[in-house]
Ligand binder design. Structure first.
Ligand code: 3H9
Length: 700
């Protein structure tokens, strides 16, 4: 059995300490231990109250996620353990020492009293795994805090810090000192006052007001369309909370929860989301980096370039409490960059998500400097200037002269040659790529790019720094575009070819939006601005690439996208809704004819396959070449950096769900038809399909 629960007596109080490192999930041994511990305490007449706490850094991180979809485990089930706790005639106090998530908070909700350490987060994040709280959380939390607050907490799945949990009524006390001492003392007080139990299942006053009132639920359902489009679990969550309010009995509500939990458990979105949960954690494990690798201690950072990217990276440092110098050789850019940072923080303050005090602290950690030499004493420097290899090389020559020995030198290039950058220094072993995604203060992804000389110290430090900055870090090999942009190039090219061959931007965008992306490729181009690529191509003397002709011609007509009110679409003043546009359609059809294409119809299914399978075939190539370590790494990149729907699990997971033999058959067909290199089936894909295996089998 995995995990255990230690039993100790402190006078009249039984102390149950959960021990399942590192985060105490409710594995078989923990469930059994809770059941046995409570039974022992109930059988012992000398025990008057019970305290449950967690060892290590968490109270309980929830059900053991690795058990979902696996064979049934031995021993006591969670429901049995909770039943005996809730049925206890002796008061049980949850001493929430650290994270109490999912089933962990549900255990606490079956206790009579809850106290928490001031830094402990609680929450019901099951929705992020495609699930709903299945151990009574949807029935007990509304009884404690009301239906509306429960909908917010359970549908978002966001952590709630102890002080806020106290305000909401989830816990009764927050303590600064030793939580176990405080809980034992609290238990003694409760015993001295008569030892009353207090079962949430018997409470009803918080939900009484909403009984028979559908307003809360209708508003929440309308909101889901915006926040959780296409997600399965959130709708089921609403039904459960509605049952907590309207069902005839607590048991009837629980029954609804059990039934809908089972539906979520069996749903493909659950499998995809749990795949991403483990993939994100696996991405952090790099075969040649061990826990013993000595890393550079990062106490101070330097950033070069105060544009959107550099400013966003500086904010990441400040948010993590690390002092950072921000340099730009153009004083105006530097001041503009600082202003943007300030207004970003001010917006967060105005939305109530950051205090003015915290904003001031963060701003004070960012020091702007026009003097390049000021950057030298940092432990890490990240260059974030625009994509020009010569400029980057020049900067690294200078960095080599001023940076202190042993500092990490990183380039934020989104696809240029990291080895060429490293070669301009005398310390290539301390150079690697750290590719942040825009806006860097918001996007979770970081690609850490391994140059051929990058040392394990440099790479380990970059990965660890990513974690400190709150990023999901994925290691990528040094190839053009690394993992994400190399794949994106293939996807984008297919979309561009399809509009040359007869599809409309609106059809392609509609298909990709329906699939779950926030927007399709052409709406995205209009948002980003078509002129960026156009200007870059002009600087290089123009492009012969056939897919560049349409955007180039649109730009020649002043159609840069949303910023000029027209691009692939047209836009009304102050409105971002893409509308059809005759001029753009004329350009597309003319360029298409002039380029010798015969226009034809594409089915929605065909469009989807061409866009997604281009990602898959390039992903397979990256695996084959070793530029991506795992299929799960690629999925992690795509869901965190490119808006790929998390509930589909990433492009490689999606390919697995379609069957690799089917994927290969389509790719072979596209290759025969086009001769396009992107469709040349990779040997890896052919091998896996022939063996009846999938990409996930490579990672296990
Ligand atoms: C649930 O509770 C359903 C119930 O309502 C109903 C049931 C009937 N299980 O993230 P970290 C592992 S659903 C198994 O790096 P951190 C994780 O894989 C659950 N393993 O640490 C990693 O392993 P490794 C609802 C788990 O400090 C190691 O622990 N709960 C679980 O950055 C360290 O994790 C959740 O959704 C788990 N529940 O963050 C909470 N949790 O070292 C999910 C973690 O081999 N967990 N592991 O790679 C989290 O959000 C974070 O892990 C936590 C710690 C905040 C707890």
């Amino acid at each position: 059995m995995k995990g255990t629960v230690h039993y100790e007596k402190h006078g009249e109080i039984a102390l149950l300490s959960i021990d399942n490192p590192p985060v105490n999930p409710l594995s078989s041994g923990v469930r059994q231990g809770l059941y046995d511990g409570v039974t022992t305490a109930l059988d012992d007449d000398d025990v008057k109250a019970i305290v449950v706490t967690g060892m290590h850094r968490a109270f309980i991180a929830g059900a053991d996620i690795s058990e979902f979809g696996a064979a049934a485990t031995e021993g006591v089930g969670l429901h049995e353990a909770l039943q005996i706790m809730e049925g206890s005639s002796k008061p049980i106090i949850a001493a929430i020492n650290g994270t109490a998530f999912g089933g962990g908070l549900e255990v606490a909700l079956c206790c009579d009293y809850r106290i928490a350490s001031s830094t402990a987060p609680v929450g019901l994040p099951e929705v992020k795994l495609g699930l709903l709280p299945g151990a009574g959380g949807t029935q007990r939390l509304p009884r404690l805090i009301g239906a509306e607050a429960a909908v917010d907490a359970i549908v978002s799945g966001n952590p709630i810090l102890a002080p806020q949990a106290l305000e909401m009524g989830i816990v009764e006390k927050v303590v600064e000192g030793d939580i176990v001492d405080a809980a034992l003392e609290y238990a003694e007080e409760i015993v001295a006052a008569g030892g009353a139990t207090r079962k949430i299942r018997d409470m009803f006053d918080k939900v009484a007001a909403d009984r028979g009132n559908s307003v809360v639920f209708e508003a929440a359902a309308a909101q889901l369309e915006k926040t959780h489009r296409n997600h399965f679990a959130p709708t089921q969550i609403l039904k459960c909370i509605e049952a907590a309010v309207n069902a005839d009995s607590f048991e009837e509500g629980l029954e609804t929860e059990r039934r809908l939990f089972a539906e979520c458990l069996a749903h493909p979105q659950r499998e995809a989301l749990i795949h991403i949960f483990f993939a994100e954690r696996a991405a952090n494990k790099i075969p040649d980096l061990s826990k013993e690798t000595a890393l550079i201690e990062i106490n101070k950072g330097s950033i070069i370039g105060a544009g959107t990217m550099g400013g966003g990276i500086a904010m990441c440092f400040a948010n993590a409490g690390i002092p950072v110098r921000l340099h730009d050789n153009d004083p105006e850019n530097l001041q503009r960059g600082l202003k943007v940072i300030e207004s970003n923080y001010a917006r967060t303050v105005s939305r109530g998500r950051l205090s003015q005090d915290d904003m001031d602290k963060r701003m004070s950690l960012i020091v702007a400097t026009e003097d390049f030499d000021d950057l030298g004493d940092a432990d890490v420097v990240i260059e974030a200037v625009y994509e020009n290899l010569d400029l980057k090389k020049e900067i690294f020559v200078k960095l080599d002269k001023i940076m202190k020995p042993g500092a990490l030198l990183a380039t934020n290039t989104s696809g240029l040659d990291v080895d060429a950058v490293a070669a301009s220094t005398s310390r290539a072993e301390f150079v690697c790529g750290m590719h942040f995604f825009s806006p860097a203060n918001v996007m979770r992804l970081l690609e850490v790019v391994r140059g051929k000389e990058s040392s394990t110290v440099a790479l380990g430090t970059a990965m660890a720094l990513g974690k400190t900055l709150g990023k999901v870090s994925v290691m990528a090999g040094n190839c053009p575009g690394f993992i994400g942009n190399r794949m994106l190039g293939g996807y984008r090219r297919q979309a561009d070819l399809m509009i040359l061959q007869g599809a409309s931007p609106a059809q392609v965008d509609k298909v990709m939006y329906g699939f779950g992306l926030a927007m399709g490729p052409f709406a995205m181009s209009d948002m980003v601005g078509l002129d960026l690529g156009w200007r870059a191509r002009k600087m290089m003397g123009g492009s012969n690439e056939i897919t560049a002709r349409i955007p180039d011609e649109l730009c020649e007509l002043g159609r840069y996208g949303q910023k000029t009110g027209k691009g692939y679409y047209q836009y009304e003043e102050g409105d971002r809704t893409p509308l059809p546009d005759a001029e753009a359609d004329e350009v597309i059809e003319r360029v298409s004819k002039e380029s010798g294409f015969e226009r034809r119809e594409f089915s929605d299914e065909d469009i989807l396959k061409r866009c997604i399978y281009a990602l898959v075939n390039i992903g397979a190539k990256l695996l084959e070449e070793g530029h991506a370590l795992r299929a799960g790494d690629i999925d992690t990149v795509y869901v965190n950096g490119y808006g790929f729907p998390t509930y589909i699990g990433g492009p490689m997971w999606y390919a697995d769900t379609q069957g690799l033999d089917n994927v290969l058959a389509d790719i072979e067909l596209f290759f025969q038809e086009s001769g396009d290199d992107v469709w040349k089936p990779t040997d890896l894909l052919k091998k896996l399909a022939a063996e009846g295996k999938n990409f996930a089998s490579l990672d296990s």
